[in-house]
Design a protein around this ligand. Structure first.
Ligand SMILES: [Zn+2]
Length: 540
């Protein structure tokens, strides 16, 4: 068990206090024991040592994604994504559903999500008959992108006991044809009821976790901060699946939920536990609620109206007092607190709450966070610094949604996810993908951090870019800091846990436009090899 790995002749980005780049690193058992020159590290060789020649490739600390949704990503992967390029027509969708049916035992759900009847060539929903042609032995549900409407087959209607006599539920509608027969289209509460029936089973959730974890390992992600899932039982599933090894990453789990987060947060507050419970594999994170909407919607809550619509400030889900009633006692009890806050008005609200909490109940090192912190104006950054707050920006949003930001928020887009401003102010920002909202590939995030280029090719706020080394620190050590784990992970230093990755080339000499296509060849967590490209097997 005390096997040694000596990685030599590479470009080792240590992320230590001096930002040292060395040639080599030594791992023994679960820990890093040394970094240095190849010559120095080779002196540690004994009969238990395996020498891995990096041939100039980059080795760096395992990447930490400080905000993503494991369960949602995994369950999406188990379903058909209608947002995928390959789904352009109802025929395409039926074809993919058929394929999925052929791999699914009879009686189990086959699901598709992200359907947009206006964007699909046929400009309508699939009919019950079309879905029946795919299978009469599996329930099938196709959920619209908005999450309020679905199309289902006869099997699903049977399970839900919906027939010609079933009345519309309150606040919902079961669509019918001229002869009164249900067409399979369910609206609002009729959909919600079906969606509950089609909920993922515990086994499916575990399967989803396994798929997600594997995908993240291949991308070099060794720790994740899970930003909540389907409900209160999600935490239990995450904990079990991390401790039993289904999820290989270290997990820092936020307490909350995608829907009705306030109810779930209250239950956690009443339970008596606080942030930090757990170990280096699985740790309880902050309590989290949603303060405003989505940056791409656009529904974020802004101080000034949208550039694209002078009568729109977006939406907010809390009043100042209501947030303080929830979070000030949480702060007092010892919780780290955080919220989804994208617009400057939402960030302002959370900071005001944090300022009051710290003033009323001073705490050393509370490390409160702000998820996303989209429009982070200079005055807000100043207040983050004063309160020791950690924002978790999403530079890759600039790539995927940046053109829309410029349209909707105008000049303010240049102030979104301003990594350079955080550096200047001495605010420790931890980069996150918010997968499945964007691609989890950290190379995409790093590329966005150093370029701020949108999909259409515009650079949004060039003076807010950071260097490669600075971006890597925000993807590693700062993420560890945001989860109170910087003593164990986040950099390559003697005594730290051996979480590290090897890239397929030298990152520091790669051309900037190559970065998104860089592959991770090797991932190690806790001294254990958890991913290795077979074709590139390094240590044979
Ligand atoms: Zn999120």
């Amino acid at each position: 068990m005390n096997r040694k790995y000596l990685f030599v002749d590479g470009e080792v980005i240590t992320v230590n206090a001096l930002d040292e780049i060395t040639e080599a690193v030594a791992v023994q058992g679960r820990h890093i024991i040394a970094t240095g020159s190849t010559e120095e590290i080779l002196k540690l060789q004994d009969e238990d040592s395996e020498i891995i020649n990096l041939n100039g490739r980059t080795l760096l600390p395992g990447l930490i994604d400080s905000h993503l949704h494991i369960t949602m990503y995994g369950t999406n992967e188990l379903s058909i994504s209608c947002k995928d390029e390959s789904v352009k027509s109802i025929d395409n969708l039926l074809q993919q559903l058929k394929e999925r049916v052929s791999q699914t035992p009879a009686g189990e759900w086959v699901r598709a999500w992200g359907y947009h009847d206006q964007k699909i060539a046929d400009r309508r929903f699939p009919t019950k008959e079309e879905l029946d042609s795919v299978s009469t032995e599996h329930p099938i549900i196709v959920v619209r992108a908005c999450g309020h409407i679905s199309a289902v087959n006869s099997y699903a209607l049977n399970i839900a006991s919906i027939d010609n006599q079933t009345p519309d539920p309150e606040g919902g509608k079961i669509e019918r044809n001229e002869s009164g027969e249900a067409t399979g289209l369910l609206i609002e509460n009729a959909h919600m009821k079906m969606f509950q029936i089609a909920a993922f089973t515990a086994d499916e959730i575990t399967k989803a976790h396994a798929v997600a974890s594997e995908h993240f390992l291949k991308a070099g992600i060794t720790s994740v901060h899970d930003a909540t899932g389907y409900g209160p039982s999600n935490m239990r599933a995450l904990q079990q699946d991390t401790l039993n090894g289904t999820i290989k990453q270290r997990v820092y789990a936020m307490a909350g939920a995608l829907n009705e987060s306030e109810v779930v947060v209250k239950a956690f507050l009443a339970s008596g536990v606080v942030t930090g419970l757990g170990n280096e594999r699985f740790k309880l994170g902050p309590v989290k609620v949603f303060l405003d909407g989505s940056s791409s919607g656009p529904t974020i809550w802004t101080r000034e109206p949208y550039t694209s619509n002078p009568s729109d400030h977006g939406v907010h889900y809390f009043e100042q007092e209501q947030l303080e009633e929830l979070f000030i006692p949480a702060h007092e009890q010892g919780w780290q607190i955080t919220s989804h806050a994208q617009g400057d008005a939402a960030i302002d609200m959370l900071l005001t709450c944090i300022e009051k909490a710290n003033e009323k109940f001073p705490r050393v090192d509370a490390r409160h966070r702000i998820e996303h912190a989209g429009i982070a104006s200079p005055d807000l950054i100043e207040r983050m610094k004063k309160q020791g707050v950690i924002p978790t920006p999403n530079p890759a949003f600039l790539f995927e949604y940046g053109d829309g930001y410029v349209e909707n928020y105008g000049k303010r887009a240049e102030q979104m996810y301003p990594l350079a401003s955080y550096l200047e102010a001495g605010v420790k920002a931890a980069i996150a993908s918010d997968c499945p909202v964007t691609d989890f590939n950290p190379m995409r995030g790093i590329h966005s951090a150093v370029t701020r280029v949108s999909q259409a090719g515009q650079v949004i706020g060039e003076d807010k870019t950071v260097s490669l080394i600075e971006a890597i620190r925000m993807y590693t050590l700062n993420g560890a800091y945001a989860s109170f784990s910087e003593k164990e992970t986040g950099s390559l230093e003697p005594g730290k846990l051996a979480d590290l990755i090897i890239l397929d080339r030298s990152l520091l000499t790669a051309k900037t436009n190559e970065i998104p296509s860089i592959k991770v060849e090797f991932t190690m967590i806790d001294g254990e090899v958890v991913h290795e490209l077979v074709s590139e097997k390094i240590h044979v």
